[in-house]
Design a protein around this ligand. Structure first.
Ligand SMILES: [Zn+2]
Length: 341
């Protein structure tokens, strides 16, 4: 048979078989047999090189048209079959292994809290921002009113990078405050959830890696009442609408005044228990009015704008919510622990 006729005959056989193929597995077998690298079409194509130049030009055109037509026919048959499967659920693979439901895993308890808070804050008009975990010394400390000789640096010992004395693993999510002010300018309303690091001798209450959620609001006529309002909203959201917030003075170099925030103990509802050390309150956050020096580092004029900032320990919130008594469990990857949530 002439080569040209062989191409036409191949196309004919292919299209006929394609019409009688009823499932995806059959379609794949057909593709390998005809269109595969060592398939029938490739075998015929290989014969072209034995022809004279004139013949090759003529048959070559037919060969290319055949190839295109076969591939097109295959593609539309495949698309049609996939559509049919989706719309009618007529096809399923009985040989596919069934995995037990629990092996799909679920979201980590810290991430669950983070996503809950992201939903809440975006509903209040906050944007969710991000920043680098390997941070410059400047953004992590100096820009936040903690110059190189400041004693506050001692409380946040971290991991320094060999050969790069100006780079640190960030000890807090606060460096994103100045980054964001420079990038987005005032007014600003944002949260920054993220991972932080400290050089800790780890124990049940201290871990070298943990999660924070930072918040920053900068605008005109912002005062501490706005801050308390936002924090109360968060507490109510986290613990069924009944929690109260109280603010006590605390020193942080990047706010003035600074406060530590406590919420009603959700275990004893304020009557006193082991978790809250009989006080009825749990310390869950630090906050304050943004220090004018920090605003200036962010190129924001403190004469025109004020702001407040706050930071929640996400790992701590998750521990309190689920009654976990050892912070090291959160990072352990221990399935016996994680499958409880
Ligand atoms: Zn309590």
């Amino acid at each position: 048979m002439e080569l040209q006729t062989q191409f036409e005959s191949l196309k004919h056989t292919f299209e006929k078989t394609l019409k009688t193929t009823v499932d995806l597995a059959g379609l794949e077998a057909l593709r390998v047999e005809f269109l595969g690298r060592k398939g029938k079409l490739a075998t015929l194509m290989a014969l072209l090189k034995d022809l004279s130049e004139e013949e090759r030009r003529m048959v070559g055109t037919v060969a290319n048209e055949t190839k295109q037509a076969m591939e097109q026919a295959f593609d539309s048959a495949l698309a049609a079959m996939k559509n049919e499967n989706i719309s009618s659920h007529a096809w399923f693979d009985v040989s596919e292994p069934i995995f037990p439901k629990e092996s799909f895993g679920h979201i980590h308890p810290v991430t669950q809290i983070q996503q809950e808070l992201e939903d809440l804050f975006t509903s209040m008009g906050f944007m969710v921002a991000d920043g680098p975990e390997l941070e410059s010394d400047y953004y992590n400390f100096t820009a936040l009113n903690i110059p190189p000789t400041h004693p506050a640096r001692d409380m946040q010992d971290t991991f320094y990078i060999k050969g790069h004395p100006d780079q640190v693993m960030r000890t807090q999510t606060s460096p994103v405050q100045v980054r964001a002010m420079r990038k987005y300018r005032a007014p600003i309303r944002m949260i920054v959830p993220g991972r932080c690091f400290r050089n800790e001798a780890t124990d049940a209450r201290h871990e070298h890696t943990f999660y924070q959620l930072e918040g920053l609001v900068v605008d005109k006529d912002i005062h501490i009442g706005h801050m308390k309002g936002v924090l109360e909203e968060v507490a109510k959201h986290l613990y069924d609408g009944e929690a109260n917030v109280r603010l006590l003075p605390k020193f942080y170099p990047f706010v003035e005044p600074g406060v530590r925030g406590e919420i009603t103990c959700f275990l004893c509802r304020g009557t006193g228990c082991r978790v809250c050390k009989q006080s009825g309150w749990l310390e869950v956050l630090g906050a304050g009015m943004v220090h004018p020096s920090v605003l200036r580092e962010g190129n924001v004029d403190p004469e025109q704008y004020q702001g407040f900032a706050f930071g929640f320990g996400l790992s701590r919130l998750a521990m309190l919510k689920y009654g976990v008594d050892d912070s090291r469990l959160m990072q352990s990857g221990d399935m016996k622990f994680l499958t409880q949530f």
